[in-house]
Write a protein of this length. Sequence first.
Length: 392
Amino acid sequence: MFDFRYYTPTKVVFGRNTESQVADLIREAGGTKVLIHYGGGSVVRSGLLQKVTDCLNAAGIPHVSLGGAVPNPRLGLVLEGIELCRREKVDFLLAVGGGSCIDSAKAIGYGVTNEGDVWDFYDYRRKATACLPLGVILTIAATGSEMSDSSVITREEGLIKRGYSSDLGRPRFAIMNPELTMTLPDYQTACGCADIMMHTMERYFTNGGNMEITDSIAEGLLRTVMANAEILVRDPRNYDARAEIMWAGSLSHNGLTGCGNDGGDWMTHKLEHELGGLYDVAHGAGLTALWGSWARYVYQNCLPRFKKYALRVMGVEDLGTDEEIALKGIEATEDFFRRIHMPTNLRELGVNATEEDLITMAHKCAVGVKGAKGSARLLREEDMLAILKASM
């Protein structure tokens, strides 16, 4: 195992009607004027946005609003939010929605408190020294951004999607009411479950430093998400299943499932960032469309981990060679994705990429990771291209 630092300062308030506590939590965190940042119509149609503004009004907390966050959140809206916060002297950010508006809020927080172009942080040219404090009312269990240090933004010019991680951006609180996820379309629910699994699997398939307790936590989380994802296919309004998924989403990306390892592989995510940037696909679906091709490309270089995963997570029988067991685990994972109606290749995702597009994505990915990345197997541009081609 490797030495590690584990930092999770976010206060979690979990359960029914917890959104009614938002004003008290903002006061506790020191907020005096709030930007409410949200996405599209669902937060408005469900009445959640009105409930939040009513709570703030009753508490005498002034606020302004900025809607419009979309999947693969855009830099243009971030810049609009930075200008709005500075003009209105906002000192606290409240993201109401899923990972897109949380990530966008984090970027706004960096932009307000640091001079210069906020994209510099996502382009890895400099590091943020501050971030406006923020809180979250979560409506989609998926990205784990409500407890994580990371955010992902897409720059419209060049369709470049990049992530930035800093403890400065960790939310002060996260309000999690599983009932708020019940209005989601089935596809978004499944995408969220896939993303939660991938955050754990990226940390699991490594060749550097592993702990048995961390492995057991990760394996249990994966089994729990899979079992409850299938329940939600049959019964989308099952509160207990949604609660299990929601909490798993937070634990999958707050660092817990990577304690003691080398930081994880992350190449499925890096490849999907280019796919999402170019085609604007749902993140979870993009991940499942790529994962099988990535796994088959790298498993021989990380065989003990793939065998362990097959036996402990996917329930494969311990019969045959290690390689046969590992491949059965990959096949079983793809079968699960299909059962929750997620794609397992780019054509199932609806992406008919040209050869030129595949080359472009591989090149942009290589540039984004500064040449090479990966723990299960170190991947360079030619490897990235081979995986993308296989995913067709």
